[in-house]
Design a protein around this ligand. Structure first.
Ligand code: HEC
Ligand code: HEC
Length: 157
């Protein structure tokens, strides 16, 4: 009986994890993020802290393993561009290589930069999706949505 009530409250979004959320909101410097607090419900300050304390430390070793010379130290600018210095950036980031708009274009890109595409598709995209608590975009099922390449890259014209 008791568990049923608790489960019902959880479904309604109250009474489970609620206390945690309140304390997360009142302490802006604490590291909070998915899955405890959904990305979309986080404040800008919380997102910045999460990026710094969780995203960078998770992504740094992946990028360094891919190319230790170019990515020995990744920063906010690596993904967000120059606008990250004063928080004026927008995503997707026009400063990184725009990606093709068509499947043919993607085929050509895969032939041209196989190592980069594989790193992005097999490591960066899944790791970032997980960090944001979102499902991964699957080109075979675009209608399902999810986190994909175009969250970071603009589309080539
Ligand atoms: C590995 C790539 C990566 C790095 C490095 C990175 N971010 Fe992000 N960040 C993202 C992505 C992807 C999003 C967009 C998530 C989404 O779809 O809403 C994002 C979103 C944000 C947002 C929310 C923007 C908005 O409009 O809601 C802020 C703030 C932010 N990042 C700050 C930072 C800061 C500060 C740093 C450095 C400490 C940083 N990021 C480093 C990938 C990165
Ligand atoms: C979390 C953000 C993010 C996501 C998601 C992402 N990328 Fe990237 N991508 C980057 C960053 C950052 C770089 C490095 C930019 C640089 O050169 O400094 C990059 C580089 C690349 C490059 C190499 C570009 C060059 O100049 O040689 C290719 C190709 C690429 N990405 C393709 C993809 C593809 C395809 C996907 C989806 C499977 C994808 N990316 C997903 C952030 C992202």
């Amino acid at each position: 009986m008791r568990t049923t009530v608790i489960a019902a409250l959880c479904l309604l979004g109250v009474g489970c994890g609620g206390g945690q959320k309140t304390s997360a909101k009142s302490d802006e410097s604490a590291v909070v993020g998915p899955p405890q607090v959904a990305w979309k419900d986080m404040t800008k300050k919380q997102k910045q802290t999460y990026m710094k304390k969780v995203v960078i430390p998770t992504m740094q070793p992946l990028f360094a393993a891919y190319d230790k010379d170019e990515f020995s130290t990744i920063t906010c600018l690596t993904c967000h561009g120059d606008g990250a210095t004063d928080s004026t950036f927008e995503m997707p980031n026009p400063e990184i290589m725009p990606l093709p708009a068509t499947p043919e274009g993607f085929q050509a890109l895969m032939a041209e930069k196989p190592k980069a595409v594989e790193f992005m598709a097999k490591q960066v995209k899944p790791a970032m999706a997980k960090l944001l608590g979102e499902p991964e975009f699957d080109p075979a099922h675009p209608e399902a949505g999810g986190f994909g390449c175009m969250e970071c890259h603009t589309t080539a014209k």
